[in-house]
Design a protein around this ligand. Structure first.
Ligand code: OAD
Length: 237
C-alpha cells in the first residue's frame, strides 16, 4: 500500500523538499547529537555550543569543533547522501534543507541546498562578520580574520542564536510551497527546523519520514519508513 502511494507521489511531485538531520551522516561515521552514543550524552551543549561558551573559553570551543572537523574530514558521503543528490538531478523544483554542518551533502553533489545551522568548514569574524573557508584541524592554528584581524568563530548556529534570516525565509517558503517533503534522520525536536514538516503538512504536502525510530515528525507523516537512510533513500529512487 505504502509503496504504491510513495511511487505515485514521487512520480507526480512538482516540488520536492528534503529535510535532513544528523541521522543521514551517521552511516558515514559522524556521531549524532541525541540517542545512546550521541554527542550531547558526552558533552554539555551549554559549555560548547553557545555564544556565552565561546566568550568564556574560545579555545575549548575551537578544540571541540576541531575534534569534530577531524572526524568529518575522514568521512565520505554515504548512499543516503548520494540518493538525495540524485533526487536533485531528477527534479526541476527541489530544495535540500539540512541541519548538518558537515558539508557532506555538497560533496555528494547537491547544489540547491540551505545549511540552516551553518557549515563547520567556515569561520566568521566576530568583529566584521567576514566569512572564510577554513580547513584547519588544529585549534591552535585557527588564526585571525584576514580582513580585520578579529577573532574567528565557527560559522555555525549555536543554541540561543537565530538562523540567518535569508536561510530561514528560504526554508519556510520551501516548506510552505512543496508538495512532497522527505524528512531523513532528524529527531525533530530542535526548532525552528522541527516545525518545517508541520508547515509543509498544513500546506497540503505529502510527508515521508525516514528514521530508525519514531519521532514527533513520524507521528504526522503520511508514511513513516523505519530504517537507515543509507538503505531506504536509494530504494526510493
Ligand atoms: P539528533 O541527534 O537529534 O537526531 C538524529 C536522528 O537520526 C535520531 O532521530 C535518530 O533516531 C536518527 N538516526 C540515527 N541514525 C540513523 C540512520 N542511519 N538512518 C536514519 N535515521 C537515523 O540530530 P538532529 O535531529 O540533526 O544543532 O539534531 C538537530 C540539531 O540538534 C542539530 O543540528 C544540532 C543539534 O543540537 C545545533 O548544533 C544548533
Amino acid at each position: 500500500m505504502d509503496v504504491t502511494k510513495i511511487k505515485y507521489r514521487l512520480k507526480n511531485a512538482r516540488y520536492i523538499v528534503v529535510l535532513t538531520g544528523a541521522g543521514i551522516s551517521a552511516e558515514s561515521g559522524i556521531p549524532t547529537f541525541r540517542g545512546e552514543d550521541g554527542l550531547w550524552k558526552h558533552y554539555r551543549a551549554e559549555e560548547l555550543a553557545t555564544p556565552e561558551a565561546f566568550e568564556k573559553n574560545p579555545e575549548l570551543v575551537w578544540e571541540w569543533y576541531c575534534w569534530r572537523r577531524a572526524i568529518i574530514s575522514k568521512a565520505s558521503p554515504n548512499s543516503g547522501h548520494i540518493a538525495i543528490a540524485e533526487l536533485e538531478n531528477r527534479y526541476n523544483n527541489f530544495l535540500l534543507i539540512t541541519q548538518n554542518v558537515d558539508g557532506l551533502h555538497r560533496i555528494a553533489g547537491n547544489k540547491r541546498l540551505v545549511e540552516i545551522h551553518g557549515n563547520i568548514w567556515e569561520t566568521r569574524c566576530v568583529k566584521c562578520g567576514a566569512v572564510e573557508q577554513n580547513y584547519e584541524l588544529n585549534f591552535k592554528n585557527i588564526g585571525t580574520c584576514n580582513s580585520c584581524g578579529g577573532q574567528k568563530r565557527p560559522n555555525v548556529v549555536w543554541f540561543g542564536e537565530s538562523i540567518p534570516h535569508a536561510n530561514l525565509e528560504m526554508a519556510y517558503s520551501a516548506a510552505g510551497s512543496c508538495d512532497l517533503m522527505i524528512v531523513a534522520g532528524t529527531s525533530g525536536i530542535v526548532q525552528p527546523a522541527a516545525s518545517l514538516p508541520f508547515i509543509a503538512k498544513q500546506s497540503g504536502a505529502f510527508i515521508i519520514d525516514i528514521n530508525i525510530e519514531p519521532t514527533p515528525i513520524s507521528a504526522i507523516a503520511d508514511v513513516f519508513l523505519k530504517g537507515k537512510c543509507g538503505e531506504i533513500l536509494p530504494g526510493l529512487l
